[in-house]
Structures are given as structure tokens and as C-alpha cells.
Design a protein around this ligand. Structure first.
Ligand SMILES: [Zn+2]
Length: 273
């Protein structure tokens, strides 16, 4: 079991800390282990990993936990391998998902904020806050960006609507999702996205749950929505097909319920019938 408490600042590093290691868009894992896990201080010493950056993440099972950005994809530990982060999603215990997502987002945020957007000077890590600070203007603090998105399963009695995105493999259907625009409420974003993508109106929005999604920095807000009116008409740009399904007629491939909120929305709805 894992218990993670996020935190941004420590005075002194302990000697029994644990570390996730990232190189570009891949994460350190072991070919002889089923699940991704952090490495210990001892393993870090023996790994001869060349460290480029280190960020404190918080406490994992009460131990200090860090993410390290490696300079190269080299690690001397036996059976170690850097694997693509997206494929890593299926290889992590649920309780580690949030801390690994946090690692990925913090590394990417640091990479993308090396220079000030106002004056172009070099940015530095703020001593106490999770922020980058401009070395020249000083009043420019940049915190990690989180992009809220809405994701929804629309239902009509015992049927639910799933859509096929142009970029999906054939036979793969999922719930509708989209980014919230500046100045927009969650409710209006949901109604707009659904109308734009499949041309139908929805009502009775009901919050389900949320999930972080670190590609690059989404916070997915999951909702159920009841069909109100209109005929399904895919927008043809993002969505090339959308249909009503029911529990006896599910598309061949839908998102897995263990790692995606979309899969959880579908599974939870089906279980009601
Ligand atoms: Zn500046």
C-alpha cells in the first residue's frame, strides 16, 4: 500500500528518501518487476545516474520523495530500463498514479519555464514555493499550470453515448471531453463541447469525480449528463462517429476503468443496470 502526501518544501533532506527518475518522456522501471516504484537512496548511489534536476514531491509512506531529471538514459542498476510514460500508466499501482503524474508535470513545468516570459531573463526555482522566479524582474512568479478539462458520459435512459475520435484506433470509442475556455464555467464548457462535437443538448449535469492527467497538465472533471434534445451529428473534424450504446452492446474497445476516468464513468453507469 502507498500513501502520498504532497508537499513543496523541506529544510533538510533525509538519508532514506525515495526517488522517481525521469529522462525526457520516459520513467525508470525494472524489467523484472511488474510495477513502477521509486528507487531508494542506496539504489540511487549505485545507479550512477547523472542528475540534472531534483524536485521534492512530498511524502510517500512518510518518507521524503523526489523526482530526478536524468541527464542521460543511463542507469547501472540491474534490470533497469527507461520506459515511455504513457505505456507506464498500465504498470503502476493506483495509489502511485497521482505521485507519478505529479513527477511528470513538475519536470515538464520546469523544462518549459527556464526563461521569463516578461523580460527573457533566466528563471530560478523559488526557495520555499513551488514556483519559478525571474532572476531579474523578481515579481514574476510562475506556478505549475493545470488545465481543467470536462469529460462526460451522456445517457438517455439505459443508453449512453460514446464517440470515435479521428485519431483513435478503429473500434475504439470513448466519452466526450474538452478544455474549459478562459472565462467559462464548468457547466457551460460541458454544454458547449457536447453541442460542438455531436450536436446535442444536455441537461441534469451531475459531478462524478476528477483525475489528474499529466499529458501535459490536465485536470479531468468527470460528469454524467442527461440527453435533452437534438440528433447526433459528429462534427467531422475531431469526432467522426458517435452512437448510443447499452450494456449488451458495448464497442469492442473502450478506455480501461483502472487508469482512466472515462473508463470509470462507463463502468459505473453499466453497473447500474
Ligand atoms: Zn523577468
Amino acid at each position: 500500500m502507498f500513501n502520498f502526501e504532497p508537499a513543496n518544501y523541506i529544510e533538510v533532506e533525509s538519508k532514506d528518501s525515495e526517488f522517481f527518475v525521469i529522462f525526457e518522456q520516459s520513467i525508470l522501471s525494472f524489467t523484472n518487476e511488474n510495477f513502477i516504484r521509486p528507487i531508494t537512496q542506496d539504489e540511487l548511489n549505485w545507479s550512477y545516474i547523472e542528475e540534472k534536476e531534483r524536485h521534492f514531491l512530498g511524502y510517500l509512506n512518510n518518507k521524503q520523495c523526489f523526482v530526478i531529471l536524468a541527464e542521460k538514459n543511463q542507469c547501472e542498476l540491474e534490470h533497469s530500463i527507461f520506459i515511455d510514460m504513457r505505456s507506464a500508466l498500465g504498470r503502476m499501482p493506483d495509489q502511485l498514479f497521482d505521485v507519478i503524474a505529479r513527477s511528470i508535470q513538475i519536470i515538464n513545468w520546469s523544462k518549459d519555464h527556464q526563461f521569463c516570459g516578461t523580460c527573457g531573463s533566466k528563471m530560478e526555482q523559488h526557495i520555499k514555493e513551488r514556483a519559478m522566479e525571474c532572476s531579474k524582474c523578481r515579481n514574476q512568479l510562475v506556478y505549475p499550470r493545470i488545465s481543467p478539462c470536462v469529460i462526460t458520459l451522456i445517457y438517455k435512459e439505459n443508453e449512453f453515448l460514446l464517440a470515435h475520435n479521428k485519431n483513435f484506433p478503429p473500434d475504439f470509442y470513448s466519452t466526450l471531453a474538452g478544455f474549459i475556455e478562459p472565462g467559462e464555467s464548468v457547466e457551460n464548457a460541458l454544454k458547449r463541447e457536447v453541442l460542438e462535437e455531436v450536436n446535442i443538448k444536455i441537461k441534469n449535469l451531475e459531478y462524478f469525480s476528477s483525475q489528474t492527467w499529466p499529458f501535459p497538465s490536465q485536470l479531468m472533471l468527470g460528469f454524467y449528463a442527461e440527453y435533452d434534445s437534438g440528433e447526433i451529428k459528429p462534427d467531422g473534424e475531431e469526432i467522426d462517429d458517435a452512437q448510443w450504446f447499452n450494456k449488451d452492446n458495448i464497442p469492442k474497445n473502450v478506455p480501461p476503468s483502472n487508469i482512466s476516468i472515462s473508463g470509470k464513468l462507463i463502468e459505473n453507469f453499466i453497473n447500474k443496470f
